[in-house]
Design a protein around this ligand. Structure first.
Ligand code: BES
Ligand code: ZN
Ligand code: ZN
Length: 499
């Protein structure tokens, strides 16, 4: 893959095609579009005038023209972005992705992007490269034929007047982020017979070695000894042993306040059958993505290791398989978590919160003062928010607000749901301290959150329910269907804002 930043005019790009952002309502006769219009002999304005292209978000139009003078390109792709006022720096990633996927299908190997964004050159370059990389992820890893064998290998980002060092920095960052997102997406796409908890641990370990992160794997004997009876109650029905993956990033020079430690904690259920509270067969295959929270932590930690922020970050992934079996937990079993709290398991399909209970407690034991956990925790969040927003809840409004604000700059939606003692009361058990489900059909997503909250002591904590956002059921102009890598960009922003 080859990336280049150009601080001058697009005419300097030595590639087959140009791709330009077009706002809704533009005529194509002034500014850089006017220049492109001249280059194409008036075709830009003509295509717009004929309403063959209106500049709606995700819309594309390809114009072929005779290469002229020193411009090598003979194709111009117009990429619509809708109203100019809605065009943000993060939108550049979608423009880059839309152009890449469009041109890839047409055998083009390299193109120059004219993002026309008013953001910083570094951020424009970052978003361009990230969008270019993530747009080329496909689900076809296990196909032996009809595999997508085309790829665009060269991207030139044109930002007039930019400092070359800013472009270079943005390109490197975009690459680190895009490849880390694809790393996470590859994990989520893996079939569960391949991505067992042990394999997830191995992948994390190999990645950690490559990017110089510390990685420790806790096995079942260790977890049992530490008293993680809640996590182990989920694993007990599976022949695959559970693993707790612990990744640690330590900056060369820390700017964190003494004793401050951010932990990212992920649900890594490599397959969720529901256990004895067995899920219906139809659609159960989707539950291979139930490790997406854990996969997100692994990908985010990878990017952190490459971006080298100045605060330490701990990544904890509870990798467990939830299976029915003669040894599996039963509804009505009572187990004891690492904190000593007792749990009545009333539904073995509410297993994510059971493993996260011990994982967040472990994070705090390791010194975490801020914890963000992420999980495909509830079907209810899909009903509440669909695929546009991740549900966010927490015990610290500032942390929740920070996540929502970071999401605004990365283009990822987060929507807060309330947690309060009134809700917490609804998971009190008749025979143990708490039960793992709330009243049937009521506030399912909040019930999951307040359960996890029971295992957070002093730390500031936020919970992200990514069940609706971690997997896209349909392809988009800039993205294949399947795992999305949601929240990685926002978490990276949160880390960098905390420096
Ligand atoms: N992994 C599921 C959540 C889920 C369901 C994600 C559907 C995506 C689509 C989770 O472990 C689960 O089964 N949750 C139950 C909780 C219930 C038993 C309280 C749910 O949401 O139905
Ligand atoms: Zn479940
Ligand atoms: Zn689950």
């Amino acid at each position: 893959m080859k990336f280049q930043g150009i601080a001058g005019n697009f005419t300097e790009a030595n590639v087959e095609a140009l791709a330009a952002t077009v706002f809704k309502g533009e005529k194509g006769t002034s500014g850089v579009l006017g220049d492109l219009n001249k280059l194409t002999g008036g075709l830009v304005a003509a295509v717009i005038k004929a309403e063959e292209f209106k500049g709606e978000t995700g819309e594309t139009a390809l114009i072929r023209f005779a290469a002229k003078g020193k411009v090598k390109a003979s194709r111009l792709l117009l990429v619509g972005v809708g109203d100019k006022k809605d065009y943000k720096t993060h939108s550049v990633a979608n423009v880059a992705g839309t152009a890449t996927r469009f041109l890839r299908k047409r055998n083009i190997r390299g193109f120059a992007l004219l993002p026309r964004s008013e953001g910083s050159a570094s951020e424009i370059a970052q978003n361009s490269v990230q969008g270019f990389i993530t747009s080329q992820f496909e689900l076809d890893k296990y196909k032996t034929k009809d595999k997508n064998d085309k790829s665009v290998t060269e991207l030139v980002v044109c930002v007039e007047g930019a400092k070359p060092a800013d472009l270079k920095n943005g390109i490197a960052r975009g690459r680190a982020i895009g490849e880390s997102m694809n790393f996470t997406r590859d994990l989520a796409n893996e079939p569960p017979n391949i991505l067992t908890p042990s394999e997830m641990a191995r992948r994390a370990q190999t990645m950690a070695k490559q990017v110089a992160l510390k990685c420790q794997i806790l096995d079942e004997a260790t977890m049992t000894k530490m008293g993680m009876g809640s996590l182990m109650s989920v694993s007990i029905g599976s022949s695959q042993p559970a693993k707790m993956i612990v990744l640690k990033y330590t900056p060369a020079k820390s700017t964190a306040k003494k004793g401050e430690l951010l932990a990212l904690v992920g649900k890594g259920i490599t397959f969720d059958t529901g256990g004895i509270s067995l899920k219906p067969g139809e659609g159960m295959d989707a539950m291979k993505y139930d490790m997406s929270g854990g996969g997100t932590v692994i990908g985010t930690m990878r990017a952190i290791a490459l971006l080298k922020p100045t605060i330490p970050v701990l990544g904890i992934i509870a990798a467990v398989e939830n299976m029915p079996d003669g040894k599996a937990s039963r509804p009505s079993d009572v187990v004891t978590a690492m904190t000593g709290k007792t749990i009545e398991i009333l539904n073995t399909d509410a297993e994510g919160r059971l493993i996260l209970a011990d994982a967040v407690a472990y994070a705090e034991k390791q010194g975490a003062t801020r914890i963000v956990d992420m999980a495909t925790l509830t079907g209810a969040v899909i009903i509440a928010l669909g695929d546009q927003n991740t549900g966010v809840m927490g015990n610290d409004q500032k942390l929740v607000d920070d996540i929502i604000a970071c999401g605004k700059t990365t283009g990822e939606g987060f929507w807060q749901l309330p947690v309060s003692t009134e809700y917490s009361k609804q998971i009190r058990s008749d025979i143990a301290d708490i039960k793992n489900i709330g009243p049937r059909g009521k506030a399912g997503t909040i019930m999951g959150a307040v359960f996890i909250q029971e295992f957070v002591d002093k730390a500031k904590w936020a919970h992200l329910d990514i069940a609706g956002t971690a997997w896209a059921d349909a392809a988009k102009p800039h993205q294949a269907k399947g795992p999305t890598g949601v929240a990685i960009r926002t978490l990276l922003k949160l880390v960098e804002e905390s420096q």
